[in-house]
Design a protein around this ligand. Structure first.
Ligand SMILES: *Cc1c(COP(=O)(O)O)cnc(C)c1O
Length: 321
Protein backbone atom coordinates (compact mmCIF):
# COMPACT_ATOMS: atom_id res chain seq x y z
CA UNK A 1 0.00 0.00 0.00
CA UNK A 2 1.73 3.12 -1.20
CA UNK A 3 1.33 5.86 1.37
CA UNK A 4 3.81 8.36 -0.01
CA UNK A 5 1.18 9.79 -2.37
CA UNK A 6 -0.69 11.23 0.65
CA UNK A 7 0.45 14.53 2.20
CA UNK A 8 2.17 13.93 5.53
CA UNK A 9 4.03 16.01 8.08
CA UNK A 10 6.47 14.39 10.47
CA UNK A 11 5.47 14.81 14.11
CA UNK A 12 6.65 11.73 16.02
CA UNK A 13 9.81 9.68 16.40
CA UNK A 14 9.64 6.46 14.37
CA UNK A 15 9.82 3.58 14.68
CA UNK A 16 8.56 3.44 18.25
CA UNK A 17 10.27 0.78 20.38
CA UNK A 18 9.01 -2.81 20.43
CA UNK A 19 10.08 -4.02 23.86
CA UNK A 20 10.23 -7.33 25.64
CA UNK A 21 8.37 -7.39 28.95
CA UNK A 22 9.77 -10.42 30.79
CA UNK A 23 8.37 -9.76 34.26
CA UNK A 24 4.92 -8.94 32.90
CA UNK A 25 5.08 -12.02 30.68
CA UNK A 26 5.96 -14.19 33.70
CA UNK A 27 3.10 -12.75 35.70
CA UNK A 28 0.61 -13.41 32.89
CA UNK A 29 2.03 -16.76 31.77
CA UNK A 30 2.16 -15.54 28.17
CA UNK A 31 4.79 -13.68 26.13
CA UNK A 32 3.99 -9.99 25.89
CA UNK A 33 5.77 -7.46 23.69
CA UNK A 34 5.09 -3.76 24.25
CA UNK A 35 4.70 -1.50 21.22
CA UNK A 36 5.54 1.87 22.72
CA UNK A 37 3.42 4.45 20.89
CA UNK A 38 3.22 6.14 24.31
CA UNK A 39 6.80 7.37 23.88
CA UNK A 40 6.76 8.69 20.33
CA UNK A 41 7.95 12.16 21.21
CA UNK A 42 5.77 15.19 20.72
CA UNK A 43 3.51 16.58 23.44
CA UNK A 44 3.87 13.61 25.86
CA UNK A 45 3.09 11.22 23.02
CA UNK A 46 0.31 8.83 22.11
CA UNK A 47 -1.47 7.21 19.18
CA UNK A 48 -3.00 10.40 17.77
CA UNK A 49 0.38 11.58 16.47
CA UNK A 50 0.38 8.93 13.75
CA UNK A 51 -3.04 10.08 12.56
CA UNK A 52 -2.15 13.75 12.86
CA UNK A 53 0.81 13.30 10.51
CA UNK A 54 -1.69 12.62 7.71
CA UNK A 55 -4.52 14.85 8.95
CA UNK A 56 -2.31 17.91 9.38
CA UNK A 57 -0.32 17.03 6.27
CA UNK A 58 -3.56 17.40 4.34
CA UNK A 59 -4.58 20.52 6.30
CA UNK A 60 -1.29 22.21 5.37
CA UNK A 61 -1.63 21.10 1.75
CA UNK A 62 -5.09 22.71 1.76
CA UNK A 63 -3.66 25.96 3.11
CA UNK A 64 -5.33 25.79 6.54
CA UNK A 65 -4.07 28.08 9.30
CA UNK A 66 -6.57 27.05 11.99
CA UNK A 67 -7.28 23.54 13.25
CA UNK A 68 -10.49 22.72 15.08
CA UNK A 69 -11.29 19.45 16.77
CA UNK A 70 -13.47 17.85 19.43
CA UNK A 71 -13.26 15.57 22.43
CA UNK A 72 -14.06 14.88 26.07
CA UNK A 73 -12.52 17.14 28.74
CA UNK A 74 -9.56 14.78 29.16
CA UNK A 75 -9.10 14.12 25.44
CA UNK A 76 -5.64 12.88 24.51
CA UNK A 77 -6.44 13.59 20.87
CA UNK A 78 -7.06 17.26 21.65
CA UNK A 79 -3.84 17.53 23.63
CA UNK A 80 -1.75 15.96 20.87
CA UNK A 81 -3.47 18.15 18.26
CA UNK A 82 -2.60 21.19 20.38
CA UNK A 83 1.06 20.10 20.60
CA UNK A 84 1.25 19.45 16.86
CA UNK A 85 -0.33 22.83 16.09
CA UNK A 86 2.20 24.53 18.38
CA UNK A 87 5.03 22.85 16.51
CA UNK A 88 3.59 23.75 13.11
CA UNK A 89 2.56 27.30 14.03
CA UNK A 90 -1.16 26.65 13.51
CA UNK A 91 -4.00 28.09 15.57
CA UNK A 92 -5.77 25.34 17.55
CA UNK A 93 -9.41 25.43 18.71
CA UNK A 94 -10.43 22.58 21.05
CA UNK A 95 -14.17 22.16 21.52
CA UNK A 96 -14.49 19.92 24.57
CA UNK A 97 -17.71 18.38 25.81
CA UNK A 98 -18.45 17.09 29.31
CA UNK A 99 -19.43 13.57 28.18
CA UNK A 100 -17.86 11.49 30.91
CA UNK A 101 -19.89 11.25 34.14
CA UNK A 102 -17.12 12.79 36.22
CA UNK A 103 -16.23 16.11 37.73
CA UNK A 104 -13.94 17.35 40.45
CA UNK A 105 -10.74 19.38 40.53
CA UNK A 106 -8.48 16.73 39.00
CA UNK A 107 -10.75 15.81 36.11
CA UNK A 108 -11.59 19.41 35.25
CA UNK A 109 -8.32 21.16 36.03
CA UNK A 110 -5.47 18.67 35.72
CA UNK A 111 -4.11 16.09 33.30
CA UNK A 112 -4.58 16.86 29.62
CA UNK A 113 -6.34 20.19 30.27
CA UNK A 114 -3.16 21.71 31.68
CA UNK A 115 -1.25 20.61 28.59
CA UNK A 116 -3.91 21.93 26.18
CA UNK A 117 -3.35 25.37 27.67
CA UNK A 118 0.41 24.91 27.86
CA UNK A 119 0.51 24.22 24.11
CA UNK A 120 -1.43 27.43 23.49
CA UNK A 121 -4.75 25.95 22.31
CA UNK A 122 -7.99 27.91 22.68
CA UNK A 123 -10.05 25.63 24.90
CA UNK A 124 -13.86 25.84 24.72
CA UNK A 125 -15.70 23.82 27.36
CA UNK A 126 -19.25 22.80 26.48
CA UNK A 127 -21.86 21.26 28.76
CA UNK A 128 -23.60 19.18 26.07
CA UNK A 129 -23.89 18.43 22.36
CA UNK A 130 -26.11 21.47 21.72
CA UNK A 131 -23.53 23.86 23.13
CA UNK A 132 -20.81 21.97 21.24
CA UNK A 133 -22.63 22.48 17.94
CA UNK A 134 -23.26 26.17 18.63
CA UNK A 135 -19.61 26.70 19.61
CA UNK A 136 -18.44 25.00 16.43
CA UNK A 137 -20.69 27.22 14.29
CA UNK A 138 -19.47 30.35 16.07
CA UNK A 139 -15.76 29.46 15.67
CA UNK A 140 -16.19 28.68 11.97
CA UNK A 141 -18.05 31.97 11.43
CA UNK A 142 -15.36 33.93 13.31
CA UNK A 143 -12.62 32.32 11.23
CA UNK A 144 -14.46 33.16 8.01
CA UNK A 145 -14.91 36.77 9.14
CA UNK A 146 -11.18 37.00 9.86
CA UNK A 147 -10.20 35.32 6.59
CA UNK A 148 -8.74 32.24 8.27
CA UNK A 149 -8.99 28.78 6.73
CA UNK A 150 -10.18 26.07 9.12
CA UNK A 151 -9.36 22.36 9.00
CA UNK A 152 -11.90 20.46 11.10
CA UNK A 153 -10.64 17.13 12.41
CA UNK A 154 -13.07 14.43 13.56
CA UNK A 155 -13.27 13.12 17.13
CA UNK A 156 -10.17 11.06 17.79
CA UNK A 157 -8.79 11.93 14.35
CA UNK A 158 -10.63 8.88 13.05
CA UNK A 159 -11.46 9.08 9.38
CA UNK A 160 -10.05 7.65 6.16
CA UNK A 161 -7.14 10.10 6.31
CA UNK A 162 -6.20 9.72 9.98
CA UNK A 163 -6.27 5.93 9.86
CA UNK A 164 -3.45 5.98 7.29
CA UNK A 165 -1.16 6.56 10.26
CA UNK A 166 -1.98 3.08 11.51
CA UNK A 167 -1.72 1.53 8.06
CA UNK A 168 1.85 2.85 8.19
CA UNK A 169 2.22 1.54 11.74
CA UNK A 170 1.26 -1.95 10.57
CA UNK A 171 4.14 -1.89 8.09
CA UNK A 172 6.42 -0.66 10.87
CA UNK A 173 5.61 -3.54 13.20
CA UNK A 174 5.84 -6.13 10.44
CA UNK A 175 9.39 -4.99 9.93
CA UNK A 176 10.17 -5.05 13.67
CA UNK A 177 8.74 -8.55 14.09
CA UNK A 178 10.77 -9.69 11.09
CA UNK A 179 8.67 -12.75 10.40
CA UNK A 180 8.03 -13.67 14.06
CA UNK A 181 4.44 -14.76 14.66
CA UNK A 182 2.35 -12.58 17.01
CA UNK A 183 -1.13 -11.31 17.60
CA UNK A 184 -1.80 -7.63 18.21
CA UNK A 185 -4.01 -6.26 20.99
CA UNK A 186 -5.21 -2.65 20.70
CA UNK A 187 -7.95 -0.45 22.19
CA UNK A 188 -10.85 0.89 20.15
CA UNK A 189 -12.28 4.29 21.00
CA UNK A 190 -13.19 6.30 17.92
CA UNK A 191 -11.78 3.45 15.81
CA UNK A 192 -9.12 4.89 13.51
CA UNK A 193 -6.27 3.06 15.20
CA UNK A 194 -7.91 -0.36 14.98
CA UNK A 195 -9.18 0.32 11.44
CA UNK A 196 -5.72 1.29 10.17
CA UNK A 197 -4.23 -1.84 11.72
CA UNK A 198 -7.07 -4.00 10.34
CA UNK A 199 -6.19 -2.69 6.86
CA UNK A 200 -2.45 -3.08 7.19
CA UNK A 201 -1.99 -6.14 9.40
CA UNK A 202 -3.13 -9.53 8.14
CA UNK A 203 -2.37 -11.48 11.33
CA UNK A 204 -4.68 -11.86 14.33
CA UNK A 205 -5.92 -8.48 15.58
CA UNK A 206 -7.63 -8.33 18.98
CA UNK A 207 -9.58 -5.21 19.83
CA UNK A 208 -10.74 -4.15 23.31
CA UNK A 209 -13.69 -1.74 23.41
CA UNK A 210 -13.33 1.26 25.71
CA UNK A 211 -16.44 3.26 24.85
CA UNK A 212 -19.04 1.19 23.00
CA UNK A 213 -20.32 -2.36 22.88
CA UNK A 214 -18.57 -4.91 20.70
CA UNK A 215 -21.48 -4.77 18.22
CA UNK A 216 -21.35 -0.98 17.87
CA UNK A 217 -17.55 -0.98 17.72
CA UNK A 218 -17.65 -3.63 15.00
CA UNK A 219 -19.95 -1.45 12.90
CA UNK A 220 -17.73 1.60 13.35
CA UNK A 221 -14.71 -0.50 12.47
CA UNK A 222 -16.13 -1.85 9.23
CA UNK A 223 -17.37 1.61 8.17
CA UNK A 224 -13.88 3.03 8.72
CA UNK A 225 -12.16 0.07 7.06
CA UNK A 226 -14.39 0.48 3.99
CA UNK A 227 -13.71 4.23 3.83
CA UNK A 228 -9.99 3.60 4.28
CA UNK A 229 -9.94 0.96 1.55
CA UNK A 230 -11.72 3.33 -0.86
CA UNK A 231 -9.22 6.07 -0.02
CA UNK A 232 -6.34 3.66 -0.63
CA UNK A 233 -7.93 2.27 -3.79
CA UNK A 234 -7.94 -1.33 -2.58
CA UNK A 235 -10.61 -3.94 -1.91
CA UNK A 236 -11.78 -3.81 1.72
CA UNK A 237 -10.42 -6.88 3.52
CA UNK A 238 -12.79 -9.42 5.08
CA UNK A 239 -12.36 -8.86 8.80
CA UNK A 240 -11.91 -12.56 9.66
CA UNK A 241 -8.63 -11.77 11.39
CA UNK A 242 -10.31 -9.34 13.80
CA UNK A 243 -11.79 -10.29 17.18
CA UNK A 244 -13.55 -7.64 19.28
CA UNK A 245 -14.24 -7.90 22.99
CA UNK A 246 -16.12 -5.59 25.33
CA UNK A 247 -15.78 -7.76 28.43
CA UNK A 248 -13.74 -5.07 30.24
CA UNK A 249 -15.70 -2.04 29.00
CA UNK A 250 -17.44 -1.73 32.38
CA UNK A 251 -20.08 0.99 32.86
CA UNK A 252 -18.85 3.03 29.88
CA UNK A 253 -16.32 5.43 28.39
CA UNK A 254 -14.01 7.03 30.91
CA UNK A 255 -15.26 4.96 33.84
CA UNK A 256 -12.46 2.76 35.21
CA UNK A 257 -13.25 -0.51 37.01
CA UNK A 258 -11.30 -2.46 39.64
CA UNK A 259 -9.92 -4.67 36.84
CA UNK A 260 -8.56 -1.57 35.12
CA UNK A 261 -6.72 -0.39 38.22
CA UNK A 262 -5.40 -3.90 38.76
CA UNK A 263 -3.94 -3.80 35.25
CA UNK A 264 -2.32 -0.42 35.94
CA UNK A 265 -0.71 -1.82 39.09
CA UNK A 266 0.57 -4.92 37.30
CA UNK A 267 2.17 -3.03 34.39
CA UNK A 268 3.62 -0.47 36.79
CA UNK A 269 5.06 -3.01 39.21
CA UNK A 270 6.45 -5.46 36.69
CA UNK A 271 7.77 -3.16 33.95
CA UNK A 272 7.66 0.45 35.19
CA UNK A 273 5.19 1.17 32.38
CA UNK A 274 2.29 3.56 32.96
CA UNK A 275 -1.11 2.69 31.52
CA UNK A 276 -4.05 5.10 31.54
CA UNK A 277 -7.45 4.48 33.16
CA UNK A 278 -9.52 5.18 30.01
CA UNK A 279 -7.92 3.23 27.13
CA UNK A 280 -4.82 1.16 27.76
CA UNK A 281 -5.95 0.12 31.26
CA UNK A 282 -9.17 -1.36 29.87
CA UNK A 283 -7.24 -3.08 27.11
CA UNK A 284 -4.73 -4.52 29.57
CA UNK A 285 -7.65 -5.70 31.72
CA UNK A 286 -8.82 -7.69 28.69
CA UNK A 287 -5.33 -9.21 28.45
CA UNK A 288 -5.36 -10.14 32.15
CA UNK A 289 -8.79 -11.73 31.73
CA UNK A 290 -7.75 -13.70 28.62
CA UNK A 291 -3.98 -14.04 28.24
CA UNK A 292 -4.37 -16.85 25.63
CA UNK A 293 -0.85 -18.32 25.91
CA UNK A 294 -1.83 -21.05 23.43
CA UNK A 295 -1.97 -18.37 20.72
CA UNK A 296 1.67 -17.36 21.08
CA UNK A 297 3.17 -13.92 21.75
CA UNK A 298 0.94 -10.88 22.00
CA UNK A 299 1.94 -7.38 21.00
CA UNK A 300 0.27 -5.03 23.47
CA UNK A 301 -0.06 -1.79 21.53
CA UNK A 302 0.51 0.97 24.08
CA UNK A 303 -1.41 3.94 22.70
CA UNK A 304 -0.43 6.45 25.42
CA UNK A 305 -2.74 8.46 27.64
CA UNK A 306 -0.39 9.16 30.54
CA UNK A 307 -1.89 12.58 31.43
CA UNK A 308 -5.24 10.87 32.01
CA UNK A 309 -3.78 9.27 35.14
CA UNK A 310 -3.53 12.73 36.68
CA UNK A 311 -7.01 13.61 35.48
CA UNK A 312 -8.22 10.81 37.77
CA UNK A 313 -5.96 12.08 40.57
CA UNK A 314 -7.44 11.21 43.98
CA UNK A 315 -9.14 8.00 42.78
CA UNK A 316 -5.96 6.94 40.98
CA UNK A 317 -3.85 7.42 44.10
CA UNK A 318 -6.12 5.22 46.17
CA UNK A 319 -6.39 2.63 43.42
CA UNK A 320 -2.67 2.19 42.74
CA UNK A 321 -1.54 2.28 46.36
C1 LIG B 1 -7.67 7.91 21.41
C2 LIG B 1 -6.98 6.86 22.18
C3 LIG B 1 -7.20 5.49 21.92
C4 LIG B 1 -8.22 5.00 20.95
O1 LIG B 1 -7.85 5.18 19.63
P1 LIG B 1 -8.99 5.31 18.53
O2 LIG B 1 -8.27 5.45 17.27
O3 LIG B 1 -9.78 6.53 18.91
O4 LIG B 1 -9.84 4.11 18.59
C5 LIG B 1 -6.48 4.57 22.63
N1 LIG B 1 -5.60 4.95 23.59
C6 LIG B 1 -5.39 6.23 23.88
C7 LIG B 1 -4.45 6.55 24.97
C8 LIG B 1 -6.07 7.24 23.19
O5 LIG B 1 -5.85 8.52 23.51
Amino acid sequence: MKLDRFPRVRLGTWPTPLEEAPRLSDALGTTVLLKRDDVNGLGVGGNKLRKLEFLLGRALADGADTVLTFGALQTNHGRQTAAACAKLGLRCELVLTAKVPRDGEAYERSGNIILDHLFGANVHRCADEVETGATYDRLVAEAAAEGRKVATLPVGGSDEVGLLGYVAAAAEIREQLDGRHARILVPQGSGGTAAGLALGWAGRLDIACVGHSAAESGETLSTLVDAGARHLGIEPPALDHVRITDRTLGPGYGVPTDEVWEALRLFGRTEGVVLDPVYTGKTAAALLAEPRPEEGPVVFWHTGGLPGVFGYGPEALTAVS
